[in-house]
Design a protein around this ligand. Sequence first.
Ligand SMILES: Cc1cc2nc3c(=O)[nH]c(=O)nc-3n(C[C@H](O)[C@H](O)[C@H](O)COP(=O)(O)OP(=O)(O)OC[C@H]3O[C@@H](n4cnc5c(N)ncnc54)[C@H](O)[C@@H]3O)c2cc1C
Length: 323
Amino acid sequence: MSNILVYALHYEGAFNKNSLGAVSEASRLAGELGGEAHAVVIGEGISDELAATLGKYGAKKVIKAEGPEGLAGPVIGVLGKLFDNGGYEYAVFGGGLLGFEIGAGLAARINAGVTMEVTGVNVDGGKLVAERPILGDSSISTSRYKGKGIIIARLNAFEIKETGSDAPVENISVELSPQAQQATIVTRGEQRGADVDIEGANILVAGGRGLGKAEGFELCADLAKAFGGNSAVAATRAVVDAGWYPYAAQIGQTGKTVAPKLYLAAGISGAIQHKVGMQASENIVAINKDANAPIFEFSDLGIVGDLNKILPKLTEAVKARKG
Ligand SMILES: Cc1cc2nc3c(=O)[nH]c(=O)nc-3n(C[C@H](O)[C@H](O)[C@H](O)COP(=O)(O)OP(=O)(O)OC[C@H]3O[C@@H](n4cnc5c(N)ncnc54)[C@H](O)[C@@H]3O)c2cc1C
């Protein structure tokens, strides 16, 4: 039977949004294959009541095992055992670094095919076919599996859909190999900016390498503050990699996808990997000193000039207008 296993990541009483999207998608696909989606939860002290709620997103059963949350080794151990026991043909995960690590490890453990950064899955001839963008998102490649298949979504690629009600919970105990227990979590820290709701913001003031240094983000923050309301600061990968701004604010292929009413890009060149994360914005305004910067090709309004002069003036103008 073509049942699908979905790993659902949990932290402090809530399931990760990507995981909920993966459960919804796996449930849809399992239905088309004539099988069931079973969610797997691994953690310390997760209640059956909480685990059962995954049924609302389409899981027909929730399998729960005690173990450290957020580490790939134990998840690979538990999922590997469930595959060994039989009845499963596919595993589906939400996007993110942990999902990539689990996917690679599980593929090696059960000798399966694996596709990462998947943005769409179809059923063809009773088998799953995964689609992933390649070559800077300019083409789509499709993956078919000779045997078992592991599908790892791009961040937020799968829509969360509430379709059912609480599912039965089966508690299992899996003896993990020493290898699966080698890594431990020493400490957990909050990333600066992680609490900012970039995806929910109406106005985003995004900064790129053109800001020149980490302190340049103060210009973006001042403008976002002047706009007020539901405004936030976003960033390109170049600047988060440089440590100028938190990863939580990164927009693009390997960051977040946003569609605010206004996306103001300051000192951003407009690379394709950035564009894919913000091109659905209602209004795009770009400030760049290079009149040939690619971002002007998909901006509604382009301002050619030095952001160090333009951003403070814009902030004053917004304040004056509001005041
Ligand atoms: C696999 C892969 C995934 C990637 N994922 C992402 C992703 O998710 N998100 C992302 O953003 N990138 C991503 N990238 C990186 C991407 O290719 C670009 O390198 C990056 O977006 C460039 O960032 P930037 O625009 O800040 O910097 P740059 O490309 O260096 O652009 C800086 C711009 O600032 C302008 N500028 C400089 N000084 C000023 C000034 N004083 N006033 C006004 N303008 C000025 C310059 O003219 C230039 O256009 C990815 C790359 C790869 C290979």
